[in-house]
Design a binder for this molecule. Structure first.
Ligand code: DUC
Ligand code: ZN
Ligand code: ZN
Ligand code: ZN
Length: 486
C-alpha cells in the first residue's frame, strides 16, 4: 500500500448522487473527485472501470470483545474488524458496557480493548442502571469522550434492564446533552414470564427462545419507548428492529412527524426463524439472538420498510460465540449466549437483497450502509468527497459472493448465512488510505485503526442555537431530515 492512490474509471456513488469520476487519495484523505485526474508515477493506480467506487460501510451496531451471559464474544477488536474489512465495512460503532456501574471505567476498558484495532471505530454507551453518578458521567461522555448516543435495555431482566422511570430519566438526560437515545425494545418482564412458561412446558431447546419472546413483546416495548420519547420530546433510535410489530409503530410515529430512527439488522432482513427448529442443537443455537429472528414474512416486510424509508439504515448486532459457548445452553435455551454474525456479510447481503432485487437504488444502498447523517459522522465518513477520510470500496456488480463458515474471517466456527450466494462483490477495501483487501487477501495492521469522536447533535433538538445553525448550514443538512424518507 502507498500513501498516494488513484482510483480510475469507476462510478463514484454517494448517498444522493452518482457520477463517473476518478478518486485521488493522499495520506488517508480523499483529495479530489473528478474526471481524468493526472498524477505522477509515484501513485498506485487502481482500475475501477465498470465498477462502483463507494464509501466503505459503517456498521452502526456491533459487540466486539463484550462480556455477556457468562462468557465473552469470540471476535475482538482485531478479528471482528478484519472480518469487516474483508466484507467492505471500514468503520463500526460498538457499545461500551459500563464497569461496576461506571461509564468512565467502561470507556477506559473499551479504549484498552480497541488498542489492537485495524480500522476506525466509534462508541455508543450502554446505560444499565440509573443514579446521580451515571447522569454526571453521561455529560463527561458527550463533552469529553466523543460519545453521542446512549442505549437503554428494556429487556434482560435482572442484569441490563431498566424500568420506565429510569428510561424517562435517561431520555431527559439525552435531550439535555444533545445525545441520541437508543433502545433495545422488548418487554423484559413479559419475556421473563414467557421463558418460565416454556421451561414449565418442557420446551428447553433453542425453539423455546423464539416462542418465549414473540413479536408482540417487541411491538409493545417499541410503542412504549416511542411514546415516552414523544412525552419527553426527544429523538429516539430503535436498534435491531426485527418484526412487523415494531416496524409499524415506527412507521406510525414517523408519519406523525416524530423523530424516530429504525435500524433493522442483516439477520432480520434475510433470515427467518426456521433454523431455530433444527434438531441439531448447535445448528439451531447459532440463530439465537435477541430480539429473535422472526417467522417468514417479517423479513420481507422489513425489506419493504427499508426501501420506503420507514427504516433508515442497516446494522448487524455482530455478537458472536462459537459452538462451545453456544453449548452452555444445551439443557436450557436461557443459557445460550445471544448473538449472531454479520459484520463481514452485511455489505454483500444488503446489496443482493435490496439492490440486485430492484428494491432500492445504488445511491440508497450507500445511504443505508454508511449511516449518512445519523451519527453526525458525515461528511468525514460515509462520503466520497474531497476532504472525506479515504474509506472506500471498489464494488463489482457483475461478480458474485459466496458465504462459508469455513472461509469467513470471523473467529467463530459457525455462520448464520452459511451457503448463501449472490450477485456483487467487494473487490477492494481501502481503509484510512491503505489497501487492506484486494484479490481476496487481507493486509491488516493491528493498531492502525483510530477512535472517531462523534459530536453531540443538538441541532436535532429544540432551540437550535447559532453555532448549530452555522454547523448545519456548513453541512447543508436540513433540520427535519429525520422526518423525511430520504
Ligand atoms: N442481543 C443479542 O443478540 N446480542 C447482544 C445483545 C442483544 O441485545
Ligand atoms: Zn440489543
Ligand atoms: Zn446489540
Ligand atoms: Zn438523505
Amino acid at each position: 500500500s502507498s500513501s498516494k492512490l488513484l482510483i480510475k474509471g469507476g462510478t463514484v456513488v454517494n448517498a444522493h448522487q452518482q457520477e463517473i469520476a476518478d478518486v485521488y487519495v493522499e495520506d488517508g484523505v480523499i483529495v479530489a473527485v473528478k474526471p481524468n485526474i493526472k498524477v505522477g508515477d509515484d501513485v498506485t493506480l487502481l482500475d475501477a472501470t465498470g465498477k462502483y467506487i463507494m464509501p466503505g460501510g459503517i456498521d452502526p451496531h456491533t459487540h466486539l470483545a463484550m462480556e455477556f451471559m457468562g462468557t465473552e464474544t469470540i471476535d475482538d477488536f482485531f478479528s471482528g474488524q478484519a472480518a469487516a474489512l474483508a466484507g467492505g465495512t471500514t468503520m463500526h460503532i460498538d457499545f461500551v458496557i459500563p464497569v461496576n456501574g461506571s461509564l468512565v471505567a467502561g470507556f477506559e476498558a473499551y479504549e484498552r480493548k480497541a488498542k489492537k484495532s485495524c480500522m476506525d471505530y466509534g462508541f455508543h454507551m450502554a446505560i444499565t442502571k440509573w443514579d446521580e453518578s451515571v447522569s454526571r458521567e453521561m455529560e463527561i461522555m458527550v463533552n469529553e469522550k466523543g460519545i453521542n448516543s446512549f442505549k437503554f435495555f428494556m429487556a434482560y431482566k435482572g442484569s441490563l434492564m431498566i424500568n420506565d422511570e429510569l428510561l424517562l430519566q435517561g431520555l431527559k438526560r439525552c435531550k439535555s446533552l444533545g445525545a441520541l437515545a437508543m433502545v433495545h425494545a422488548e418487554n423484559g418482564d413479559a419475556v421473563f414470564e414467557g421463558q418460565k412458561r416454556m421451561i414449565e412446558l418442557g420446551i428447553t431447546g433453542p425453539e423455546g427462545h423464539a416462542l418465549s419472546r414473540p413479536a408482540v413483546l417487541e411491538g409493545e416495548a417499541t410503542a412504549r419507548a416511542i411514546r415516552l420519547a414523544r412525552f419527553v420530546n426527544t429523538p429516539l433510535y430503535v436498534v435491531h428492529v426485527m418484526s412487523i410489530d415494531a416496524m409499524e409503530e415506527i412507521a406510525k410515529a414517523r408519519k406523525s412527524g416524530q423523530k424516530v430512527i429504525g435500524e433493522p439488522v442483516v439477520s432480520g432482513l434475510v433470515l427467518d426463524d426456521s433454523g431455530l427448529w433444527d434438531p441439531d442443537f448447535i445448528t439451531a443455537a447459532k440463530y439465537v439472538m435477541s430480539p429473535p429472528i422472526r417467522e417468514s414474512g417479517h423479513d420481507k416486510a422489513l425489506q419493504a420498510a427499508l426501501s420506503t424509508g420507514v427504516l433508515q439504515l442497516v446494522g448487524t448486532d455482530h455478537c458472536v460465540f462459537n459452538s462451545t459457548q453456544k453449548a452452555f445452553g444445551i439443557d436450557d435455551f436461557r443459557k445460550i449466549p445471544n448473538g449472531v454474525n454479520g459484520i463481514e456479510e452485511r455489505m454483500h447481503l444488503v446489496w443482493d437483497t435490496m439492490v440486485e432485487s430492484g428494491q432500492i437504488s445504488v445511491t440508497d444502498y450507500v445511504r443505508i450502509t454508511s449511516t449518512e447523517w445519523i451519527f453526525n459522522l458525515y461528511p468525514r465518513k460515509g462520503a466520497i468527497l474531497a476532504g472525506s477520510d479515504a474509506d472506500i470500496i471498489i464494488f463489482n456488480p457483475n461478480s458474485s459472493f459466496e458465504i462459508r463458515a469455513s472461509s469467513h474471517h470471523s473467529r467463530t466456527d459457525t455462520n448464520v448465512f452459511d451457503g448463501r450466494k449472490g450477485k456483487g462483490k467487494v473487490e477492494v477495501t481501502i481503509a484510512g488510505g491503505r489497501v487492506v483487501w484486494q484479490d481476496d487477501e487481507l493486509k491488516v495492521v493491528p493498531g492502525s485503526g483510530k477512535y472517531i469522536e462523534m459530536p453531540p447533535f443538538s441541532y436535532l433538538f429544540n432551540g437550535i442555537d447559532k453555532a448549530d445553525a452555522k454547523y448545519l448550514s456548513s453541512l447543508q443538512a436540513p433540520v427535519g431530515r429525520f422526518n423525511s424518507a430520504s
